[in-house]
Design a protein around this ligand. Structure first.
Ligand SMILES: Nc1nc2c(ncn2[C@@H]2O[C@H](COP(=O)(O)OP(=O)(O)OP(=O)(O)O)[C@@H](O)[C@H]2O)c(=O)[nH]1
Length: 346
């Protein structure tokens, strides 16, 4: 069985854009998922850590200094190592970048990590709608940040008239073509964009969440809308066409999760966040039908178009496209040669 890797979500944005507010919203609405948090704070007063410490399950602070100044990934890796250990029982890790951290450096640190228990869960860039123009003037690198984001959260929509907001959103989309943009206030984005809520355990001991039930912030349950598409196919997909779909993803597509049938070998788990694609290989569970089952999530998605494009990925014949398979296997997480022998043949 393939390991369940823990997604690591990066939350970036300039000072005061609403990162901590969004983090608090995610924590308050985590619906049973256990969230680990890494806060990259500055100075001696750990304000961000204090703001979230009331709700978080496991808190690891980076202490003084800027994460992006670290020469290698060892600092972050150690933090992620502690949070991803099986004893911690964490389902998702959120790294809140400091208001002056370079998201690109953070992303590099994350991707360079050799921790086998985690996977990249996406970079959300939080933008202050009310301060967008002035931030852009002071920090021209904002355009760069938007481009590398997997999801842009335009926050503080309550502080800007609708017309201005529409103009601003169009500017963001110009900077970051194809990147989904969610407009919200007080960081109210749906946690499902980042992690999967867990069904609450009803038997046995009370869970940590049951004990903390009263802490849940019911006033913040509204959140910015997104679309999702479920796609299933009983015939294998063409690896070549699926790869083309993933590499030229439909505008607004943020996340893909599920598993795909690419011909008579293994079952491929598929996770994508923005442009990041990861496959892992496992055997088909006994007694379960071999079929592709995917959930696709995005903002501003043309759901009909997504379904149509995926339907076109279904292979026309039973011939195995070995070359196409090789190309898509570039995204395989563990291309260990001996796995070939372990795969289940029809
Ligand atoms: N009106 C309004 N205020 C907001 C919204 N989101 C956050 N705020 C406020 O904006 C201020 C900054 O929010 P934070 O969440 O601390 O921002 P941050 O990005 O974590 O800030 P740094 O850690 O300094 O980079 C706080 O006073 C929030 O209460 C919003 O949507 N609307």
């Amino acid at each position: 069985m393939a390991r369940q890797r823990i997604p690591v979500v990066l939350v970036a944005g300039f000072l005061g854009s609403g990162k901590t507010t969004m983090l608090n919203h995610l924590l308050a609405n985590r619906q049973g998922a256990r969230v680990g948090v890494v806060v990259n704070d500055f100075g001696s007063v750990n304000i961000d850590a204090l703001a979230v410490s009331g709700q978080v399950d496991t808190m690891v602070s980076l202490g003084n200094g800027c994460l992006c100044c670290a020469v290698d990934a060892s600092g972050l890796d150690a933090m992620l190592g502690r949070l991803s250990s099986s004893e911690a029982g964490i389902d998702v890790i959120v790294v809140e970048a400091s208001g002056i951290a370079e998201p690109r450096d953070l992303l590099r640190l994350m991707i360079a990590s050799e921790n086998p228990d985690i996977r990249y869960g996406g970079l959300a860039e939080v933008v202050d709608a009310a301060e967008f123009e002035s931030t852009r003037e002071r920090h021209p690198e904002l355009a760069d940040h938007l481009r590398i984001a997997d999801l842009v959260v335009v926050n503080k929509a309550d502080r800007v008239p609708a017309e201005e907001l529409a103009k601003l959103t169009a500017t963001v989309e110009e900077f970051a073509p194809g990147v989904p943009v969610l407009v919200t206030d007080h960081g109210r984005v749906d946690p499902e964009l980042f992690f999967d809520p867990k069904p609450r355990e009803r038997y046995g001991q009370l869970t940590f969440d049951d004990l903390r039930e009263d802490d849940h912030d019911h006033s913040q349950h509204l959140h910015a809308a997104y679309e999702s598409v479920t796609f299933t196919a009983d015939r294998p997909l063409s690896p070549r066409r699926l790869l083309a779909f993933l590499e030229q993803r439909p505008p607004g597509l943020y996340r893909v999760k599920g598993h795909v049938d690419l011909g008579p070998r293994s079952r491929f788990g598929l996770h994508t966040v923005g442009a990041f694609i990861q496959l892992d290989r496992s055997a088909w569970p006994a007694g379960r039908p071999r079929r592709t089952e995917l959930v696709l999530i995005g903002a501003g998605l043309d759901t009909g178009d997504v379904t149509r494009r995926l339907t076109e990925c279904v292979a026309e014949d039973d011939e195995i496209d070995e070359r196409g398979l090789l190309r898509i296997l570039r995204y395989l997480d563990e291309p260990a040669p001996d796995q070939e022998e372990q795969s289940v043949e029809d």
